[in-house]
Design a protein. Structure first.
Length: 385
């Protein structure tokens, strides 16, 4: 029997999180005094989930006007953030509500900065900091990215095909209402949950990890391992969805502190070139072989997390193959069997992706717990093709 999770309110960094049934009511106080709110959404998810209607009812109750930008795509482009910011500037919005998963929330974070300054998305990638930003609320619709709890955003730049993460800002408030995740498709359920799965693993094995991060990461990883197969059998279980949503929250805090490393560095190269590759699926396709190499480098940290999959995995480099097999088999049981080749990638793509990833590791992913060379990257990619 699954015990429902109780509502709670959490203050982390600059974000106040409202979790649980009817947590959308957390918007009631925040919205007071606002006059024109910019809504950031994808084309259908906000409406399908029911979240949009509930937000609109709150806005109407408080007499707040809204302007909507609904063109955010998965693996969003920087140009979408720019277009949204231009619309919101023109309409003089004074605050923003992002209603969606990680892509929508990342765009919302970026837009809240762009509207208040002359900064561009590329400036943010370069580390330029804005002095101010519009008030931002996030209504999260998936149990994966944890973007409602961290400071980061990820955008793809069309000119170069580069998918880049950067420090943006925390939402002022975030809403994690499990009801809004009930309309996720089977694929979305798997992909977003595996995003949290790899957030937990990477933060726990990062060079920046610590005991607090590993406590959160171990709990998040264990929840996904137990709850994800069950929710696929019972997709309308609010209790299981609640647990997966909680896992994504604490994994989001983990990467906010300890960051991600090799899997995100490499996956961003692929989904930047082909945005049709869902981020969570890309992580899962690449993940097992990456875990093989990470376990060889930091077996104690790795085994601490992987014990939830296979308690016999020992904190020794020699169990790297066992770690690889355990993750591979878990994902296969979830029905995740697509390869990078299914998204049009082939041997000819390897040199460019290896070169780009090596550069990203040197520039941004200094958290990677092993010395990565081109041979290791080729081994991972060939395993995933």
């Amino acid at each position: 029997m699954v015990t429902p999770l109780k509502k709670f309110k959490l203050k982390y960094a600059n974000t106040t999180l409202f979790f649980g049934e009817k947590s959308i009511e957390g918007l009631e106080t925040w919205i007071r005094g606002k006059q024109i709110v910019g809504l950031v959404t994808s084309r259908t998810a906000a409406k399908t989930s029911g979240a949009l209607q509930e937000v609109l009812e709150i806005l109407s109750k408080h007499g707040v006007v809204h302007v909507t930008y609904s063109e955010v795509s998965p693996n969003p482009y920087a140009s979408q953030a720019v277009s949204c910011a231009e619309l919101f500037k023109k309409e003089r919005v004074d605050s923003i509500i992002a209603i969606g998963g990680g892509s929508v929330i990342d765009v919302g974070k970026t837009v809240s900065i762009l509207v208040s300054s002359s900064i561009t998305p590329f400036d943010l990638v370069k580390g330029v900091r804005a002095e101010k930003a519009l008030p931002l609320a996030a209504v999260n619709l998936t149990h994966g990215t944890g973007s409602e709890m961290d400071r980061y955003a990820v955008l793809t730049f069309e000119e170069t095909g580069e998918k880049r993460g950067f420090s943006a800002r925390y939402p002022e408030i975030s809403i994690d209402e499990p009801r809004f995740t009930l309309t996720l498709s089977r694929d979305q359920t798997v992909f977003t949950s595996l995003d949290a799965f790899y957030h937990a693993y990477e933060s726990a094995t990062s060079l920046y990890t610590n005991m607090f991060v590993q406590t959160l990461s171990s709990e998040a990883f264990g929840i996904v391992v137990k709850a994800l197969p069950r929710v696929l059998e019972n997709p309308v279980s609010l209790e299981l969805r609640s647990r997966l949503l909680y896992a994504s929250i604490i994994a989001g805090i983990s990467i906010d502190i300890a960051l991600t490393h090799l899997n995100h560095a490499l996956e961003h190269a692929f989904s930047g070139l082909n945005p049709n590759l869902p981020h969570g699926e890309g992580l899962a396709i690449l993940g097992p072989r990456i875990i093989y190499h990470v376990h060889k480098a930091v077996p104690e940290d790795s085994a601490l997390i992987l014990r939830h999959l296979d308690p016999s995995i020992k904190p020794v480099p020699e169990d790297a193959e066992k770690a690889y097999i355990a993750v591979k088999e878990f994902q296969s049981r979830l029905g995740l069997n697509r390869r990078l080749s299914d998204y049009g990638f082939g041997l000819d793509d390897i040199p460019g992706i290896v070169s780009y990833t090596m550069r990203m590791i040197k520039e941004r992913y200094k958290t990677t717990p092993l010395i990565v060379n081109e041979d290791i990257l080729r081994d991972i990619i060939l395993d995933a093709l």
